[in-house]
Design a protein around this ligand. Structure first.
Ligand SMILES: [Zn+2]
Ligand SMILES: [Zn+2]
Length: 346
């Protein structure tokens, strides 16, 4: 399936020519539930992993006193999601049907008491990107990026990611049975397998990354007078919000583009190894859009998404959630992408 982001309401560089040289291409990934193979770019799908390479484990401490105390096995989560989807379908066919069937309720209660696990945790596949599908900065010779994470909160209250770069041609003998973590700390740390439909879009910086003169111009309503308010009626009184939500950065899963700032003001992201400023590599998003980013909803997405497939609301297709609806933005060193990456929650 192809997804088409509607054209931006107007060409912002016509109003602010200084923005033109700051245009960057981002590739929206549009993840949707599917059954990926090792040879496809995916979320939560099987990886093209060499049979003779040890699977990575996390041996850092995991705090059993942290909230929430309930952990699930990956199979528990799959069962819960299947039940949720069945319940949603039942209610769609018959709005008077009970929200949960007795056997679903019994399953939920049985699954609520898994014991905590102390010990090394097998990492989970989160994303696999082939360069032929999706452009991204990469070390020479690599055409495949694999992102795994430990499905527990670490110092930063979100899963800790690990990146692996490969040349896919060198992987001839593929691992067919990978270890799974015995438990995950939150159900939203188990990605729902999804396939991508990449689409290139143009992005401009967050307003706070622009120089002060340009920031002032963006806030100056008289500069926007030539634009028909009908094109942006929701934000007609606030040019700053109009630019931020509709004209700067795209929501959702993507590679490249500009960093999306929301929890903090922009700050430097020096490479831990060589101090070169790191650039956006891959955004793992909690949702494909939110209340403020409605103009980015693809034309192919139904306006009314109820009943949600697999509980997907507001473009929540991967069923990943980062700290209550935020994005985990992986940044990479442009001088050498094999340098340690930076994780940024925004
Ligand atoms: Zn861990
Ligand atoms: Zn570096």
């Amino acid at each position: 399936m192809n997804f088409t982001t509607p054209p931006r309401p107007f060409d912002v560089t016509a109003l602010f020519p200084q923005l033109a040289p700051l245009a960057r291409t981002a590739t929206r990934l549009h993840p949707r539930p599917g059954s990926p193979t090792v040879h496809e770019s995916s979320v939560g799908g099987p990886l093209l992993w060499p049979a003779d390479e040890p699977w990575p484990y996390c041996d850092r401490p995991h705090d059993s006193r942290a909230e929430p105390p309930v952990v699930h096995t990956p199979d528990d989560v799959r069962l819960l999601r299947r039940d949720r989807a069945a319940a949603a379908e039942r209610r769609r066919l018959d709005p008077e049907a009970p929200q949960w069937a007795p056997e679903e309720r019994a399953t939920w209660e049985r699954l609520a008491n898994r014991p905590w696990f102390d010990g090394p945790i097998a990492l989970l596949p989160v994303a696999q990107l082939y360069a032929r599908d999706v452009p991204f900065p990469r070390p020479p010779g690599a055409d495949l990026l694999q992102v795994l994470w430990c499905p527990f909160d670490h110092e930063t209250a979100h899963p800790r990611t690990a990146l692996f770069w490969r040349s896919s041609a060198t992987v001839t003998d593929v691992l067919d049975a990978r270890p799974e973590p015995p438990v995950v700390q939150r159900d939203c740390y188990l990605p729902e397998p999804c396939l991508f439909s990449p689409e290139r879009v143009t992005e401009y910086p967050d307003p706070l990354e622009l120089d002060e003169e340009l920031q002032d111009q963006l806030e100056d309503e008289s500069r926007w007078e030539s634009i028909d308010p009908a094109l942006y009626s929701a934000y007609a009184d606030d040019p700053g919000e109009l630019y931020l939500n509709n004209l700067s950065t795209a929501p959702g899963w993507k590679t490249g583009g500009w960093t999306r700032w929301s929890l903090t003001d922009p700050r430097p992201r020096p490479c831990p190894e060589c101090e070169t400023e790191q650039v956006p590599l891959l955004t793992l998003a909690s949702s494909e859009w939110d209340g403020g980013s409605g103009t980015w909803i693809a034309e192919e997405d139904p306006a009314d998404l109820s009943p949600p497939p697999l509980g997907a609301r507001d473009g929540r297709f991967t069923l990943i959630d980062i700290v209550g609806g935020y994005n985990l933005q992986l940044h990479v060193c442009p001088a050498d992408p094999s340098h340690p990456h930076i994780e940024l929650v925004q």
